[in-house]
Design a protein around this ligand. Structure first.
Ligand SMILES: Nc1ncnc2c1ncn2[C@@H]1O[C@H](COP(=O)(O)OP(=O)(O)OP(=O)(O)O)[C@@H](O)[C@H]1O
Ligand SMILES: [Mg+2]
Length: 352
């Protein structure tokens, strides 16, 4: 069992609070992605789990073992760093064998078999005799992952492992990693600030912001039901729209000319959140959000438009065939089942 339990971790650097009070539980064999903007504490949390950094308070457990008092070597964790740190003066084989030899995990013969297994998994079995200095960035990245997998860690931590690759290779490696990690069945925490990467890889995403986890859930649940304004804005491209709504009666809210059913007993002012693709054009004089189209971006599969409304702007993703033209007026209604409501003061969702 390699469940990871992070309990109430706090970390400060001088006066700066890097992690406020972070708790999370990653299930055995689960692939969790830590997602958040630069500086939100992702690497710090990963380094604390690996034992490369110590927390001011809190506990880290793997399975039934409390590991935060243990040195890194005793934690049975492998980490792949952003700059992938392979040894250029060693062959691919020796790089992958490095951890196994250090930890004396088997005879030379057993080590050879393990290296070949890990190299095959990463499709670099034909490169074993090369020096890593002679490899491309993508190949070096594969060596780093193979080296991490070779020690058969209970837990694999990866810090932006694809960030040094070009866009195409990134896509390719992303799909491969997903397959490989599923096959190796290693409990994994993967750090990225790329929301598309997070959505496509994760079983669950922990959205971090300012040293805290704001939401920890499946990609679809975070997309559909963001817990905070930040989560709704950070995940999804383009992000969720937020429009100010005023109470007109208990459970009734007005935005421009449009009246909508919403939460009761929630004060006089709320933010209504709706995804760009959950807006539908309306014909005729039915009440709607009425805006002027500022820009249209035809994307082939669909098109994006930015509208100017009274008191804000609105992003709309519509069918590629809709006749959208800059300067024209567009009338839109949000799909009733996709409306989300947020408290503007606390910046948190109000659950109906
Ligand atoms: N050793 C340190 N001394 C002082 N401040 C630090 C140290 N390490 C990290 N920090 C600060 O803690 C905050 C979180 O850093 P961290 O590296 O965890 O961010 P991150 O989420 O990994 O960002 P990025 O996406 O840019 O890698 C940052 O503001 C950083 O400046
Ligand atoms: Mg980082």
């Amino acid at each position: 069992m390699a469940r990871i339990l992070v309990k109430d971790i706090k970390k400060t650097f001088g006066k700066f609070v890097a992690l406020k009070s972070v708790s999370m539980e990653v299930a055995d064999r689960e692939f969790t992605v830590l997602l958040g903007p630069s500086g939100c504490g992702k690497t710090t949390l990963l380094r604390i789990i690996a034992g490369l950094e110590s927390a001011d308070q809190g506990e880290v457990w793997i399975g039934e073992r409390r590991i935060d008092p243990l040195p890194p070597r005793a934690r049975n964790i492998a980490m792949v760093f952003q700059n992938y740190a392979v040894f250029p003066h060693m062959t691919v084989f020796d790089n992958i064998a490095f951890g196994l030899r250090m930890q004396k995990l088997g005879s030379e013969e057993e080590i050879r078999r393990t290296v070949e297994w890990a190299a095959e998994l990463m499709h670099i079995e034909s490169q074993l005799d090369k020096y890593t200095g002679q490899l491309s960035g993508g190949q070096r990245q594969r060596v780093a992952v193979a080296r991490a997998l070779a020690v058969r860690p209970q837990v694999l931590l990866m810090d932006e492992p694809l960030s040094n690759l070009d866009a195409l290779l990134r896509l390719e490696m992303r799909a491969e990693l997903k397959t490989i990690l599923r096959e190796s069945r290693t409990t994994t925490i993967y750090v990225t600030h790329d929301q598309v990467e997070a959505m496509s890889l994760a079983d669950r995403i922990a959205v971090m912001h300012g040293g805290e986890i704001e939401q920890y859930d499946t990609p679809l649940e975070i997309y559909r039901n963001p817990a905070t304004l930040f989560c709704g804005g950070f995940i999804g491209s383009p992000p969720m729209n937020f429009l100010e709504a005023r109470a007109v009666a208990p459970g009734r809210w007005r935005i421009g000319d449009l009246e909508l059913d919403g939460p009761r007993d929630a004060g006089s002012r709320l933010l209504m959140g709706v995804r760009p693709e959950d807006l539908e054009p309306v014909q005729g004089e039915e009440p709607a959000l009425v805006g002027t189209i500022q820009v249209v971006e035809p994307l082939g599969s669909h098109q994006l438009a930015i509208l100017r409304l009274d008191g804000g702007s609105l992003r709309f993703a519509g069918d590629a065939d809709l006749p959208l033209r800059a300067g024209e007026t567009l009338r839109l209604r949000p799909r009733a089942d996709r409306l989300r409501w947020f408290d503007p003061g606390r910046e948190r969702a109000i659950r109906a």
